[in-house]
Ligand binder design. Structure first.
Ligand code: GDP
Length: 368
């Protein structure tokens, strides 16, 4: 490129190097009279809201502008990976604006889960993270579950104001917005009448509502602690649940180990006997063994019996996190892989996961 060009849709500087980053356009597009980045092109032509990735700094600068507006902020999290998809700092960026919390991918959780308890749990987790949402709602953007209710709630809370949708990448923001646009274009029942033809302002995607106001889609922030960054595309398909996750119960004795493919490992170090309930993709193989054999097994069978990872050349191994479980029904979360509910208090476990993958304990999602 000789001279810097800007997207006539969103104003981003056009670049041709990285399709995942903002302002990307293929070379051929630069010859057109009106130059649009790929994101704006797809928006204009296919009515789709595609993803772009921004650096943390760009993202934070962008979010910052929300605090200067009078708007409703709708924060979307992936209910299957609550901590991993939690964009920190939203309280600050929202300024004085109300924040509504939405848990997406409800369809992945076992149907036996009580939704009232889930909502209570979301509030609890949110408060712990320093955010007091004006309301919480569960949806499945993919299945269309509770979308109408959410649209009506948004319309109620926005009270004539603009709406900003924030969330980390992969929480299902695009699916939700496309669903909203498609389902509610011209539908008056919910209050929201999203335009079929979103436009763009600056770096936000703007979807005009039926009056002067708009819904703004902000780019997803990337959470580097998710397992997704450590596996290849094929393995990602194995670990990403596509349908309702079945709880898998293992009654373990002290000195036993569970392998989750070769991506994570749980050792029951101390505590006699305890049930462990795993909530991971149904396709992920869980292998039980004696802890004393675990190292050798890992060494000899990684990439085969213990797979994913299917490709072990670049694999750097696992590091250990130790936990003393204080309360019955505590979840140990491996970000992006799922969680294991430890049914008893007073037990000691070690969880091994790739370096950089978030491993944490939390009040169990089944407790509410
Ligand atoms: P974005 O990065 O936040 O815009 O997320 P996308 O809308 O692109 O969705 C990310 C992934 O999650 C895609 O594979 C979607 O198919 C999937 N997804 C989105 N919403 C749901 C949902 O409600 N349930 C399930 N199971 N998957 C979903």
């Amino acid at each position: 490129m000789t001279q810097e060009q800007y997207c006539s849709g969103c104003g981003a500087a056009i670049q041709t190097d990285d399709p995942k980053k903002i302002g990307f356009a293929p070379e051929a597009a630069l010859k057109r009279e009106t130059v649009l980045c790929k994101r704006c092109f797809r928006l204009n032509h296919y009515n789709e809201v595609p993803d772009v990735q921004l650096s943390d700094e760009d993202f934070l600068n962008m979010l910052e502008t929300i605090s200067h507006t009078n708007a409703l902020v709708v924060k979307i999290v992936d209910i299957f990976d609550f901590t991993g998809s939690w964009v920190p700092g939203v309280r600050r960026f929202a300024g004085n604006n109300d924040v509504m919390l939405v848990g997406n991918k409800l369809d992945l959780l076992p149907q036996s889960f009580n939704q009232d308890k889930l909502l209570k749990w979301m509030r609890f987790m949110s408060n712990q993270a320093g955010l007091k949402p004006i309301d919480v709602q569960l949806i499945s953007a993919e299945k269309g579950t509770h979308i109408k209710e959410l649209a009506a709630l948004i319309d109620n809370y926005r009270d004539g104001k603009d709406v900003y949708i924030v969330g980390s990448t992969n929480v299902g923001k695009s699916t939700f917005l496309n669903q909203l646009i498609q389902t509610f274009a011209g539908d008056d029942d919910t209050g929201i009448t999203a335009s079929q033809y979103p436009g763009t302002t600056l770096n936000f995607i703007e979807i005009p509502l039926d009056d002067e106001q708009s819904i703004y889609d902000t780019p997803g922030v990337i959470n580097p602690q998710q397992m997704a960054h450590f596996v290849n595309a094929d393995d990602l398909k194995v670990i990403t649940p596509r349908k309702e996750v079945k709880a898998k119960i293992h009654q373990l004795n002290e000195g036993q180990t569970l392998f989750f493919g070769g991506l994570a490992r749980l050792d029951f170090v101390k505590g006699g006997f305890c049930p462990f309930v795993s909530y991971v993709s149904n396709e992920l193989y869980i292998h039980r063994t004696k802890t004393e054999n675990a190292e050798a097994l890992y060494h000899n069978h990684l990439g085969e019996l213990l797979s994913p990872p299917s490709d072990t050349d670049m694999w750097t191994g696992l590091i250990r996190h130790d936990f003393k479980i204080k309360e019955k029904n505590t979840d140990i979360v491996v970000s992006g892989l799922g969680w294991i509910t430890v049914k008893e208090a007073g037990v000691t476990v070690s969880v091994h996961a790739p370096k950089g993958v978030g491993v944490s304990v939390r009040r169990s999602i089944i407790k509410g």
